[in-house]
Every structure is written in structure tokens, then in C-alpha cells.
Write a protein that binds this ligand. Structure first.
Ligand code: ACO
Length: 329
């Protein structure tokens, strides 16, 4: 018997109640709605409450995904949370999620750090684990409290990101949502372009140096922009060629929601109309690992994804990681 075909059985998403608009941000830093919107396409983002955790947002999205899939916590035997903003450095956020959902103890639960590519990395990992036949139903979640790692005095980063979560349930196919393929890449030469330069084993000893670097995101935006366009085009073209699918045969592209100008550039290079791309970053900003599953949930619930269509996911993130995935509905 061959390995079982694995599919997305259900989706769910969650965004915190509080909305921070570009005008709100212009009261915190020297910026404007006009600058942010024309450079990025972002108008507003959701910001978690001070006591709201990544695991709580992940669990909220997961509950909706389980309900959509018609499975219960007892059916889940694998939870992967893609995040760079865990509840704590240790233990994994997935363990908190398991407890909040009441998922049984025989479930494997761990976090995965591939920044904004995290959801595609987690999808690939869960697909392989379920494909082995040793696990049956997985929760694959992207969740971020990105506001917790932002320097709210740095206008070059704090205007770009937001908080939220998206989740999917993976399991044996019921005829729709089948994963056709994934491709993952890494360009570790560029780790310095996007990082949190503190809080790990490479943190200078504050006792020795007398100084600490901030535990907030540091980013070379202009350099990232150019590389992101090249990487996402490569990831899209490779997977389409591998599956002998032309860009025109893709019903909907769900790209990582970082910057509308990046998405427009990829649409141009793939010679696809911009309308083929599902975009919701105007309302969420860049929610890192949550961005694709959150957009997928909205694309499905708004009827943007039609039966029989193929959807392309494509992302890039810190690492630099990048990747793509194809799903047939
Ligand atoms: N408001 C007003 N002015 C600003 C702001 C702001 N919020 N931020 C920067 N500026 C100024 C700069 O200081 C600069 O001024 P100067 O010309 O006097 O020096 C000017 O605007 C232009 O700055 P650039 O950095 O050249 O602007 P650019 O057009 O490249 O846009 C941006 C910047 C939006 C960051 C863009 O480069 C980008 O989106 N890069 C990709 C970043 C990204 O996607 N990161 C997420 C990675 S995913 C993950 O893993 C987390």
C-alpha cells in the first residue's frame, strides 16, 4: 500500500481585538498613513492584549480549524506551531496549545522556527509525518505575537508587523484540499539581514560587556526586499515546473503578506494578473508565520478558492528561509 494522500481538512484563524491604524502609529513615531500605505499596502494591524499569549491565539485558530474539519481534540496526534514569538524560550508553545485544547498525551507537540516561511515549513513537516502513516491528524499552526519583539521607537520596523494566528487540520484526504507538493529553501548567508540579535546563546554576556542589545527585530529592509522577490519567484517557478503546472493554471496564489509591492513584483514576473493573488495585508500587516494560514482561512471563507482549483502558497522569511506549496481543492 502506498502512503496515504494528505489534505487540509479544515482552516481557522484568529486576530486580536485591538486594531492599530497607521494614524495611531504616526502618534508614536515619525511616520504617516501615506508613507506606510504607499510603501507597503498596510493600513492597520491587530495587536494582542498585554496578557494575551501566542499559544492562546494559536489555540483559538486551532479550535475553529478543528470545528471546520469536523474533528475533535481526541483525534489530534501531532501539533506543530510555527512561530518566532513563543510564549517562552522553553518549553515549546505547542505544549501550551495541547493543554489548552485538551489534545491527548500521545500527541507529538513541538515548535518550528522558520520565521515568515514557518507555515510552509510546518506543512511540509506534518505532511511527511502523516505520510509515514505513523500520525493521523495534525494541527499545523502559524501564530505570532510579533508586537512583543518590536522596538516601538523604530519606524523602519514597527509599522510593518501585526499579531494573529492561522491553523489548518491535516489528515487523510476526503477528496479536497490535497497537498500536491512542497519545496523548502534556505540562504543562511543572509542571517544578519533579519534577526533578533539577543536572547540566544550568541548574546554577549551583559556582565562582561556592561551592555545588552535589544531583544527586538533588526532588519535591513531594502536588501530583504530585493532578495524576497527573487526567492519567491524561484520557489513558485520550481514547484510549478516540478508539477508541470503553468502559472496560468493556478486559481489563487496565497503569498506571504509582507509588502504589496513585493507581491505585485512577483505577479509581474510570473505574468499573472494581480487579482490572482489573495491579499489581506491592508488589515493585518505582516503577521510572520501566521500570514499564510490566516489568509488561507479568509480566502476559503470568502469563496475566493473554488473546488477543483490549485492554490500556490509562497513565502520568504528570516534565515533567510523560503518555500512554496501546492494544494488542490
Ligand atoms: N515612515 C516614514 N519614513 C520612513 C519610515 C516610516 N515608517 N521608515 C523608513 N522611512 C524613511 C527612511 O528613513 C528613508 O529616508 P531617507 O531616504 O531620508 O534615508 C526613506 O523612508 C526610504 O527608506 P527605504 O528603506 O529605502 O524605503 P523602502 O521603499 O525600501 O521601503 C520597506 C521600506 C517598507 C521596509 C521595504 O524595504 C520592505 O518592505 N522591505 C522588505 C521587508 C520585509 O518584508 N520584511 C519582512 C520579512 S519576513 C520575516 O521573516 C519577519
Amino acid at each position: 500500500m502506498g502512503s496515504p494522500a494528505i489534505a487540509i481538512l479544515g482552516t481557522g484563524s484568529y486576530a486580536p481585538e485591538k486594531i492599530l491604524t497607521n494614524d495611531d502609529l504616526s502618534k508614536l513615531v515619525d511616520t504617516s498613513d501615506e508613507w506606510i500605505f504607499t510603501r507597503t499596502g498596510i493600513r492597520e494591524r491587530h495587536i494582542a492584549a498585554p496578557n494575551e499569549t501566542t499559544s492562546q491565539m494559536a489555540a483559538a485558530a486551532a479550535r475553529l480549524a478543528m470545528s471546520d474539519a469536523g474533528v475533535t481534540a481526541a483525534d489530534i496526534d501531532l501539533i506543530i506551531v510555527a512561530t518566532v514569538t513563543p510564549d517562552l524560550p522553553m518549553p515549546a508553545t505547542a505544549c501550551f496549545v495541547q493543554h489548552q485544547l485538551g489534545v491527548p498525551t500521545h500527541a507529538a507537540c513541538f515548535d518550528l522556527n522558520a520565521a515568515c516561511s514557518g507555515f510552509i515549513y510546518a506543512l511540509d513537516t506534518a505532511w511527511a509525518m502523516l505520510g509515514s502513516g505513523r500520525y493521523r491528524h495534525a494541527l499545523v499552526i502559524g501564530a505570532e505575537k510579533f508586537s512583543s519583539v518590536l522596538d516601538w521607537k523604530d519606524r523602519t520596523t514597527c509599522v510593518l508587523f501585526g499579531d494573529g494566528a492561522g491553523a489548518v487540520v491535516l489528515g487523510p484526504t476526503r477528496g479536497t484540499g490535497q497537498i500536491l507538493g512542497t519545496k523548502l529553501y534556505t540562504e543562511g548567508a543572509h542571517t544578519h539581514l533579519l534577526c533578533i540579535p539577543d536572547g540566544g546563546s550568541n548574546t554577549p554576556d551583559p556582565a562582561a560587556t556592561g551592555a545588552r542589545t535589544p531583544r527586538t527585530v533588526s532588519m535591513k529592509g531594502r536588501e530583504i526586499f530585493k532578495i524576497a522577490v527573487r526567492e519567491m519567484e524561484e520557489a513558485a517557478r520550481d514547484i510549478l515546473a516540478q508539477h508541470q503546472i503553468t502559472p496560468a493554471q493556478i486559481g489563487c496564489v496565497i503569498p506571504h503578506q509582507a509588502n504589496l509591492r513585493i507581491i505585485d513584483a512577483i505577479a509581474r514576473y510570473l505574468e499573472l494578473p494581480a487579482e490572482r493573488f489573495f491579499v489581506n495585508l491592508e488589515r493585518y500587516g505582516n503577521t510572520s508565520a501566521a500570514s499564510i494560514p490566516l489568509a488561507l482561512d479568509e480566502a476559503r471563507s470568502s469563496g475566493r478558492i473554488k473546488p477543483g482549483e490549485t492554490t500556490l502558497f509562497v513565502a520568504f522569511g528570516a534565515g533567510l528561509t523560503y518555500g512554496s506549496a501546492l494544494v488542490r481543492w
